[in-house]
Design a protein around this ligand. Structure first.
Ligand code: FAD
Length: 693
């Protein structure tokens, strides 16, 4: 048979359409699920999951489901802690659920003697976390359609009993907006909440204590309403660990810290996203500070050929690795240092729990790549270790610290101790070999990628993402202990390696710089991109006012780079004002040499206004400079300027907000309240944008 070209094209199209039809939901169209499987799967294929939470509870004989909407892992951690506690103390049959794995049309069929728990973080400007977007859109829609067709005004959720806890930050304007709105929707639809709607405040640094205080009262109400009786909690491991002498770390199927099972199988293939990072080459790195004891890194990450893309103002997530020093410390204190490379299988002892990384694996891989071993220690977690303490005095100390909020804060959190340091202190010279390894997997959160505001313009360098990262190093007055940021010190090591140091060792931390199976060799780092709403006006003629002290200048380097390129290409560019602040002009003036180059291209439209806090007799910050330039600022606002603020959320962003309100009220003869109202209106019309952390 002979085909001409048109036939071949037609047949190919029919073939492609047929394949696409039959593979929908398996190879495309349900990408999220495919990746959920990859992340959680134990290396084995599993049966398709139901997205119906009521059916899932019935199938697995559960009566309480704990949904989490989590961005950095804390909400997930709280949901699983609540589930464990609900089971151990009150005999609830619990199920932890990633909220994006379920559909909510069936909430109207939720059994009245069951409990739904929603642990929901608020992200950015009052938004849901990435995994809670669909859930939020469903509930907030004009008319959520439930399976039995009862209209919203007839309260279709009358059977639903629920509990809520929100994770937020009071330095943001929309504090705990997500949980507040969800709680409002559920009540309006007829559901009944048990206990108060809990809220934790990261801004005040009280998240963990807010959670602990809220949950005690909540459990009392749940107990009463559901007729539960408290029993003595006994630890039951979730995972079984079986060592396997027939395998070595060299065996091809052993997880050594690869980001997921797909990477373990050797693929660095897309689509790349928050479940599947791209192992990206770092094409360039250099130091931006000119002092010995502080570092700020400029790095360029090459995303060409990855299918990843960004637009100016987006964020890039860096997936870190724990340092050798802290990995060794924890392995040592747990008595696992000699068998760090022993291979073991992990299996869930309960069908609804997922092993959170591929198995088999090694102790070294789990500690180094999987768990957050340096973060703030949880008081509840410390208390849960008491039965496994190596000495009676350590046991008594754990019980005391676990039960005394103030002592815990004074002796542990405010000293920035990590879990291994706490254990070392409580039983000097002892190993805690009685701690079941399952507790480490269950109780420590998954190491989280850290976000960085991209400091380049996608119009100028579409395949090269720049970041500007200050290396975290905090020494407490009067203490020898220095807290070293996990990701930024890892990046510093990568930079040292790129500049010829074969064994980079910032501050004695050491890193497995080439990654699992040397897959990150040649200076690579796992990344993914997160799109943001922090965007330049589409019309470059619009004036902009940017306020970005310290590393807050990161996105503005991208903004100014973009506008300079537009000007160089002959486009008309509006007034571009940048307020930058740092300690002094010689030590930490970021991109000092680049601003004049941009200024040359932008001509009169660009002005950089600096505030060097330690150069004059009095401390000067960006908000002071803003006030000094009140006339021009007000003129630009009247001409439709956009305001952008980036950097420190706790102090700077608030002060800057207050300064803008003041300038508007003073210059226009308005009251303070009217000035504030005017800034609020700018925020809601997207003319006042923040990228703060
Ligand atoms: P971590 O190890 O995560 O430590 C961070 C902080 O956690 C410490 O300073 C300390 O306060 C606390 N902490 C850690 N361990 C303990 C402990 N054991 N006890 C008590 N407290 C503890 N940063 C930039 O430099 N440039 C940017 O452009 C930038 N953009 C960002 C954009 C967004 C949207 C967000 C959310 C953050 C951004 N950040 C940026 C911050 C960045 O994501 C990281 O938080 C920062 O680099 C520190 O990461 P790290 O892993 O080095 O430190």
């Amino acid at each position: 048979i002979e085909y001409d070209m048109a036939d071949i094209v037609m047949l190919s199209a029919i073939f492609a359409a047929t394949i696409a039809y039959f593979t929908k939901g398996t190879l495309w169209g349900k990408q999220k699920d495919v990746f959920a499987e990859i992340v959680h799967a134990n290396g084995n294929a599993r049966a398709a999951k139901t997205r119906d939470p009521v059916k899932k509870m019935a199938e697995t004989d559960r009566n309480a489901i704990f949904f989490y909407g989590s961005q950095t892992g804390t909400a997930e951690d709280y949901a699983s802690r609540l589930a464990k506690e609900g089971h151990a103390r009150f005999g609830l049959k619990t199920l932890v659920a990633d909220i994006e794995d379920y559909d909510f049309e069936v909430l109207d069929t939720f059994p009245s003697d069951h409990l739904a728990v929603f642990v929901l973080a608020t992200y950015g400007e009052g938004e849901p976390t990435d995994n809670a977007v669909e859930f939020y859109e469903f509930l907030s829609g004009d008319e959520p359609q439930f399976s039995e067709g009862t209209p919203a005004e007839e309260q279709p959720l009358q059977n639903l009993k629920y509990v809520t806890f929100g994770l937020g930050n009071n330095t943001y304007e929309h504090y705990n907006a997500m949980v507040r709105k969800v709680d409002g929707f559920l009540t309006k639809l007829g559901a009944t909440r048990f206990g108060s709607a809990g809220e934790g405040d990261d801004g005040a640094g009280t998240m963990e204590e807010d959670f602990l205080a809220w949950k005690e009262e909540m459990w009392q109400v749940v107990c009463k309403e559901m007729g539960l009786e408290e029993r003595e909690a006994v630890y039951e491991p979730i995972f079984q660990i079986s060592e396997d002498e027939t395998l070595t770390p060299e065996s091809g199927n052993v997880y050594l810290g690869e980001p997921n099972s797909r990477h373990l199988q050797g693929a660095n293939t897309g689509p790349f996203n928050s479940h599947n990072p791209y192992i990206a080459p770092i094409s360039k790195s250099y130091e931006l500070f000119s002092v010995k004891d502080r570092n700020c890194l400029h790095m360029e990450i090459d995303i060409s050929g990855s299918g990843l893309s960004y637009t100016t103002g987006d964020h890039i997530a860096i997936w870190p690795t724990n340092s050798g020093k802290e990995t060794d410390r924890l392995l040592n204190v747990l008595g696992l240092i000699d068998k760090r490379h022993t291979v073991f299988h992990v299996s869930a002892l309960d069908s609804t729990s997922k092993v959170p990384f591929p198995s088999p694996t090694t102790y070294d891989a789990v500690i180094r790549y999987h768990v957050e071993i340096n973060g703030l220690v949880s008081r509840q977690f410390i208390a849960s270790l008491a039965p496994f303490a190596p000495t009676d005095s350590a046991k008594a100390e754990l019980t005391r610290l676990g039960g005394d909020k103030d002592a815990f804060s004074e002796e542990i959190s405010s000293r920035y101790l990590n879990i291994a340091q706490v254990l070392e202190r409580l039983a000097p010279g002892q190993t805690w070999s009685g701690i079941p390894f399952s507790i480490i997997i269950e109780g420590l959160t998954h190491i989280q990628p850290r976000y960085y505001s991209i400091s380049s313009s996608s119009q100028v360098q579409k395949n090269s993402v720049a970041i500007t990262a200050v290396v975290e190093s905090i020494r407490l007055p009067g203490s020898k202990h220095v807290l070293k940021g996990v990701t930024t010190n890892y990046l510093l090591a990568l930079k040292q390696k790129q500049h010829g140091d074969p064994n980079p060792d910032p501050h004695g931390l050491t890193y497995d710089i080439c990654g699992p199976r040397n897959k990150y060799d040649g200076i690579h780092v796992p990344v993914h991109i997160r799109h943001s709403n922090f965007k330049l006006p589409s019309n470059p003629e619009k004036p902009i006012i940017m306020i970005g002290p310290g590393s807050g200048v990161a996105p503005f380097r991208g903004f100014v780079q973009e506008r300079a390129a537009q000007a160089a290409a002959g486009q008309k560019v509006g007034r571009t004002l940048l307020f930058f602040g740092c300690r002094n002009s010689e030590e930490d003036f970021l991109y000092k040499d680049e601003w004049p180059e941009f200024a040359e291209k932008l001509g009169d439209s660009f002005k950089l206004i600096t505030a060097f806090s330690r150069e004059g007799p009095k401390k000067v910050y960006v908000q002071h400079r803003l006030q000094e330039n009140a006339d021009e600022v007000d003129e630009l606002l009247k001409a439709g300027a956009y305001i952008y603020v980036c950097g420190d959320a706790a102090h700077m962003a608030r002060d800057v907000n207050a300064t803008f309100s003041r300038i508007i009220s003073e210059k226009r003869g308005l009251t303070e309240a009217q000035g504030e109202e005017s800034v609020k209106r700018m925020r809601s019309s997207n003319k006042y944008q923040e990228d703060v952390w």
